[in-house]
Design a binder for this molecule. Structure first.
Ligand SMILES: [Zn+2]
Length: 184
């Protein structure tokens, strides 16, 4: 049976929306990936935190590559499209937009649909800077937005081993996995 769901103005035919493939499970998992180019600047916006650096990420919005991957993971878990559909980069409203605000909007929609985050796991791929000194601040920022304990927010960092667009500091990528549970 298909259920029609309206999400940010789009209509989706979602089969057995309240449950996953296993009708006894209320759990849904999603994956997200994003890449942004590096350009002139003095700060990296990662996970809603300004990390000091000698370059910045370039994009239509604030280019927060980690939050964009996370938003896609959350949307993927409930099979409701991707960030580009909801916040298109052709829309002037999204120019320099704060990705924290985008994530907050998605979370309030997820909440309305009766879902909560169980946990997330994320990886940032960056040759520089070293992210270890900033990961706890980013995790604390994310757990506040996601309404979960900090233990439910995992953040890891990998370099590009000095090869390819990551290793040559042309870009930074991020991946995220989100587990959601239907609670109402
Ligand atoms: Zn992006």
């Amino acid at each position: 049976m298909l259920r029609v769901v309206e999400f940010f103005g789009f209509l989706y035919n979602v089969p057995h929306f309240s449950k996953g493939g296993d009708p006894t499970s209320n759990l849904r998992i999603g994956i997200g990936h994003d890449t942004h180019r590096l350009g002139p600047g003095q700060v990296l916006r990662l996970g809603g935190v300004d990390v000091p650096h000698d370059r910045s990420l370039i994009g239509h919005s604030d280019a927060d590559v980690l939050l964009h991957a996370l938003i896609d993971a959350i949307l993927g878990a409930v099979a409701l499209g991707d960030i580009g559909q909801i916040f298109p980069n052709t829309d002037e409203k999204n120019a320099d937009r704060d990705s924290v605000e985008m994530l907050q909007k998605v979370m309030s929609q997820i909440d309305e649909l009766g879902y909560r985050i169980v946990n997330i796991d994320c990886i940032v791929f960056a040759e520089r800077p070293q992210l270890a000194p900033h990961t706890l601040e980013i995790r604390n920022r994310l757990c506040g937005i996601l309404s979960v304990a900090v233990e439910a927010v995992s953040l890891k960092a990998k370099t590009g081993e000095s090869v390819g667009p990551i290793g040559n500091e042309q870009a930074i990528s991020a991946q995220a996995v989100a587990l959601l549970e239907k609670v109402s």
